[in-house]
Design a protein around this ligand. Structure first.
Ligand SMILES: NC(=O)c1ccc[n+]([C@@H]2O[C@H](COP(=O)([O-])OP(=O)(O)OC[C@H]3O[C@@H](n4cnc5c(N)ncnc54)[C@H](O)[C@@H]3O)[C@@H](O)[C@H]2O)c1
Length: 354
């Protein structure tokens, strides 16, 4: 039985509590929030749950694991304290505010032999795993570019810009699905409402093999859109996370260049307008899958799919994007050797921890 606690009972924390409570071999013991009103709500939602306003109580309690769903600036001190108290830790995305903080959490987790996992929830969705399987099968061909739109109205964050709030999802999905990290990033954005906190941003990521990805993140958009397009040399795949039943569509569309032509008059591209199909997805709640994976890694002594290094690699991209923002979109290089993996296999990680 894994005894867990949750710090942060705002919007996301209760979802973690609900999933831990409904998981076999897990006892969801105590939740913590600075705000008494949030704790009153937890008591009414989850009868029998213990509550506290002081996270120290979770360090002293006989818990095996703690999940942290507080504002990003608090992730590092809370996660560090939990690891130092020998708790396994699941931290919400983005894992920390800087790569230095994240590296320190990784080192601490390794020296204390604890699981450190980041809540990259989309890596646990059925749709993203289906996309990964389709792309891995070669059906789409070599991916030439990815275009991602993650926009809606609000919620404005007081401490992080829209890139740090929304782009962790886009970056973690692309990295997980394609197994590639960008080598340079440029980003442009604008803070319309809170000084110094961009509420709309466009980002371009460049990859070693010539692949390019465009990300549009905004809290200032009339529509809620969660759309990603993967354009391959053979086919094109569209992922609409808002759609209830048609999340993935595969378009047998493409362009072919004539191999030989004698005159410019003979030259013309051939456009292929083939069928569109919608693969079946066996839906499940991604957060439930994520929580079960965290507990499984604790019990089986395994490295999580979204381990500390996976979190760190996303932070490197966000840091480069922030730097580019301050330079009005000038490209910022990321040394490909600076990306690290826990096993040398990146997301394939499922090996035993030391
Ligand atoms: N994986 C996902 O899809 C997903 C979705 C939403 C939010 N998140 C992440 O979850 C985290 C929380 O986001 P949210 O939207 O729930 O924020 P929120 O502001 O709604 O809730 C945060 C809560 O943390 C509490 N808190 C702050 N500092 C604390 C401390 N030191 N000790 C105890 N409680 C403290 C606040 O009182 C608040 O109730 C963020 O990192 C966010 O990026 C992830």
């Amino acid at each position: 039985m894994v005894k867990t606690g949750v710090i942060g009972c705002g919007y996301w924390g209760p979802n973690l509590i609900r999933n831990f409570r409904s998981t076999k071999n897990c006892e969801m013991v105590i939740c913590c929030d600075k705000d008494e009103k949030k704790l009153e709500r937890m008591k009414s939602l989850f009868p029998g749950i213990k509550t506290t306003t002081n996270y120290q109580d979770l360090l002293d309690a006989k818990l095996d694991a703690v999940a942290i769903a507080t504002p990003v600036g608090t992730h590092y001190p809370l996660a560090k304290a939990c690891l130092m108290a020998d708790k396994h830790v699941l931290v919400e995305k983005p894992i920390t505010r800087s790569s230095e903080e994240c590296q320190d959490l990784i080192n601490t987790a390794e020296s204390r032999q604890r699981v450190l996992m980041v809540g990259h929830t989309f890596e646990y969705t059925a749709a993203v795993n289906k996309i990964k399987a389709i792309i891995d099968s070669g059906e789409i061909g070599e991916i030439m570019y990815v275009s991602s739109t993650r926009v809606n109205l609000g919620l404005f964050q007081p401490d992080i810009n829209v890139i740090w709030d929304l782009a962790p999802h886009d970056v973690s999905i692309i990295t997980y699905v394609l197994g590639k990290n960008p080598i340079s990033v440029n980003a442009q954005g604008k803070a319309h409402y809170t000084k110094g906190i961009e509420d709309v941003a466009m980002m371009t990521l460049y990859y070693e093999n010539g692949m390019i990805a465009f990300l549009h993140n905004s809290w200032l958009d009339p529509q809620k859109i969660r759309n990603m397009v993967f354009v391959g040399t053979k086919k094109m795949l569209v992922y609409d996370d808002i759609s209830a039943n048609e999340k993935i569509k595969i378009y047998d569309k493409g362009v072919e260049k004539p191999r030989y032509y004698d005159t410019f008059g003979d030259f013309h591209y051939a456009y292929r307008y083939g069928d569109i199909y919608i693969p079946k997805i066996d839906e499940h709640e991604a957060l439930g899958e994520e929580c079960r994976h965290f507990l499984h890694c604790i019990v089986e002594n395994q490295i999580p799919r979204s381990n500390g290094y996976v979190g760190l690699n996303v932070i490197k991209v966000l840091e480069a994007a922030n730097q580019s923002l301050t330079m009005q979109g000038t490209s910022v290089a990321i040394d490909s050797n600076s990306y690290q993996t826990m096993t040398g296999k990146g997301h394939e990680a499922s090996e035993h921890r030391k």
